[in-house]
Write a protein that binds this ligand. Structure first.
Ligand code: ZN
Ligand code: ZN
Length: 689
């Protein structure tokens, strides 16, 4: 998008010189020297000039000082102004987009003895078009006895730019001759009016039937059209044309080409073109890097970023924000840290969105301490940073910090938005502050005038059902302005499991089956609720339903990053080279914990989320393997960070608590629901997740 915009800008600049009053304007510098003696009092100068009957000079002086109205008033005192006076006035009219003044000048030209040439007429058409009066422009155009190519082009481009592409096309078809400006004007007009198919049709005509050599602006417009229509074939055709006409050395053309390939899903082709581009600027680099991230090819994105650093081009805020967001998304703090280091070395704006992206990245990677440091360092924290940090504290087991921060946000006068409220509501949920949470919830609409989103409802239902206040939760669901979605029902179901509310659980599960019948978690939770109530017949029914519906459980997977390398573990995974050591360590740890009172929770009811629940596998859940490996692979005392794709089970949770104490390490586990920070035998979630 950035590239397309840039092309339009150059296009406008390019069209302008074709319609200039060159003979007149070249005289201006000469005159300026004689007129503008260092006289301080402007008003006195004008008065003096008028007294001496030098009205023309007075008008030009006024134009130079941007005093359009006074200049036009003086115009009536001259019978036969020189072309220079009109030229100056029209120039200023254009600058100030002053339609009424343009009309006055136009009227004066008509009544004076001055007979304008083609270029004066062209100028007038241009000014009218740019002041938004195509009707007046058309009148001038029709008045003209001799029109040249520029008159036609100006009129066609005026219509095209105003979105009246049909009128533009009509004129275009009537043109006695066309040049590449005419084609560009109409093709880009079609693109602008979101009629890319018409643009491409015309583009084909131009390339095949007419003998027009299109310029880079034409092909950029045509490429934008094929991008908008996702027409890879036509894009390739234009590419061929570019190569044949020798435009392939132009950086702007290459950028547009690679943009077309990138957005039409042909990423490797885009890269190929990117590599061939000679004068790559930072915009080109950033666009290519972002394309990799957008298509989930993060490795290549990171590699290209490091190549950018080597290339001598200086990344800008967009580049930083793009790469940091990718780090946040993929939880790759080590790369994020490197980027941070680089940013610090080259310097970056304290209130920029790159700084805000840093806060976001550290929060998402579970490093709230550093996020907080960056946040405090920022000169003016934007709402996005406040929100990231509030959410970061809420998810990383420091709900009270989140609430404190939210209160200072309110004091600062910055207005929270709906995402900020999701953060503070989930903080209340995690710290069990139900009434405080409700107060915030009601303030969203009453105090802050925002409307509720599905996320707010999901949060408040979570808040209430966790503490067993089901009737209030149901009340809120009944009053909802939209259809409840899956997170709301899933929170309700989880609350029902904790508080043994069978009736409501059935209802929540029924809704969830409707929304996502393929999600194994719903079946497992429901069957566990039945099991807890001793309804074994129902348990069997749910299990049966799963088989019939062909529900496949997602395999549990954990990963940890050590020395910039990511190690992934599956349940009972024996594939790792240090597998033997890992299992030995786990057995040894388990033995020690048993002595301290640890009992593996093999109870059927308690393992709800995943398939990893058979007793023999319990000791080898993926997060345990990842943690054992991290203990072996890092020096004593190093904090351990593990990510898991599913929710961690009760047994692993207890196990990790013991491990944190036995090996004296801080262990952070981010499962699919939140961050757990284990330290000295306790977890920051207070056993609620
Ligand atoms: Zn487990
Ligand atoms: Zn926990």
């Amino acid at each position: 998008m950035i590239l397309v915009k840039r092309n339009y800008r150059s296009l406008n600049l390019h069209c302008q010189p074709a319609i200039s009053f060159s003979t007149f304007s070249s005289e201006i510098p000469k005159l300026k020297k004689t007129f503008f003696k260092p006289l301080n009092d402007e008003q006195n100068l004008i008065k003096r000039l008028c007294r001496e009957n030098k009205h023309e000079e007075a008008i030009i002086t006024l134009c130079d000082r941007h005093r359009l109205d006074e200049a036009i008033q003086l115009l009536n005192r001259i019978k036969r102004p020189s072309p220079l006076v009109y030229s100056n006035l029209l120039q200023l009219c254009l600058q100030q987009k002053a339609l009424e003044s343009t009309k006055m000048v136009h009227a004066h030209i008509k009544t004076s003895d001055f007979s304008p040439g083609v270029s004066s007429y062209n100028r007038m058409i241009d000014v009218y078009c740019k002041c938004g009066s195509l009707a007046d422009a058309q009148v001038v155009f029709d008045e003209m006895q001799d029109k040249d190519l520029c008159s036609w082009n100006t009129m066609v481009s005026g219509y095209a730019k105003a979105g009246r592409v049909k009128d533009a096309r009509k004129l275009f078809d009537e043109m006695p001759e066309k040049d590449n400006f005419s084609w560009t004007a109409i093709i880009s007009g079609y693109v602008r009016c979101n009629l890319p198919n018409d643009a491409l049709l015309l583009c084909r005509t131009m390339m095949n039937e007419c003998n027009v050599r299109c310029n880079k602006f034409t092909v950029c417009s045509a490429l934008a059209a094929s991008t908008a229509t996702q027409c890879l074939n036509i894009g390739k055709e234009i590419h061929g044309h570019i190569v044949r006409t020798g435009m392939d050395s132009d950086a702007v053309v290459w950028s547009a080409l690679s943009d077309m390939y990138g957005k039409c899903g042909s990423l490797d082709e885009a890269r190929h073109i990117f590599d061939k581009t000679l004068d790559k600027d930072v915009v080109t680099w950033t666009a290519m890097i972002d394309r990799y991230f957008k298509h989930g090819r993060k490795e290549e994105g990171f590699i290209l970023f490091s190549e950018l650093l080597k290339s001598g081009n200086r990344p800008n805020e967009f580049t930083f924000a793009g790469i940091l967001n990718a780090c946040a998304h993929h939880n790759t703090e080590s790369i994020g840290k490197q980027v941070h280091g680089y940013m610090t070395r080259v310097g970056f704006n304290q209130s920029s969105f790159a700084a805000s992206a840093l806060v976001h990245m550290y929060c998402k990677c579970g490093n709230v301490q550093v996020a907080d440091k960056v946040f405090k360092w920022m000169s003016i924290a934007d709402l996005a940073s406040w929100t990231s940090l509030i959410n970061g504290y809420a998810q990383n087991g420091q709900p009270n910090e989140a609430i404190k921060l939210f209160e200072s946000l309110l004091e600062s006068g910055t207005k929270p938005d709906h995402i900020t409220f999701v953060g503070v509501l989930s903080a209340c949920t995690h710290s069990g502050l139900v009434d405080k949470g409700l107060e915030y919830f009601y303030s969203i609409k009453e105090k802050h005038g925002l409307s509720y989103t599905v996320d707010h409802y999901a949060c408040v239902v979570d808040l209430l059902s966790r503490s067993g206040r089901f009737s209030e939760a149901e009340d809120i669901i009944k009053k909802m302005e939209m259809k409840p979605e899956k997170y709301l029902w899933a929170s309700l179901l989880a609350g029902c499991r904790t508080h043994g509310n069978l009736d409501l659980a059935k209802r929540a599960a029924k809704e969830l089956f409707k929304i996502e019948p393929e999600n194994a978690a719903t079946y497992v939770t429901l069957s566990n609720i039945y099991a807890a109530a001793g309804k074994w017949g129902e348990v069997a029914k749910v299990r049966n339903m799963m088989d019939i519906n062909g529900v496949v459980k997602k395999p549990g997977k954990s990963w940890t990053e050590i020395k910039r390398k990511v190690y992934t573990f599956l349940m009972g995974d024996p594939s790792h080279t240090r597998s033997k050591e890992i299992y030995e360590l786990l057995m040894e740890l388990q033995k020690k914990m048993r002595e301290e009172g640890y009992v593996p929770k093999t109870d059927y009811v308690l393992h709800d989320v995943e398939e990893e629940q058979k007793e023999q596998n319990l000791s080898f859940h993926s997060e345990k393997l990842a943690i054992a490996f991290a203990i072996l692979a890092t020096p004593p005392g190093t904090p351990i960070k593990v990510f898991k794709n599913l929710r961690t089970c009760v047994d692993c949770h207890t196990f990790i608590k013991y491990v944190s104490k036995l090996v004296s390490r801080k262990i952070i586990v981010r499962d699919s629901s939140r961050f757990h920070c284990f330290e000295d035998g306790n977890c920051s979630c207070n056993d609620y997740w």
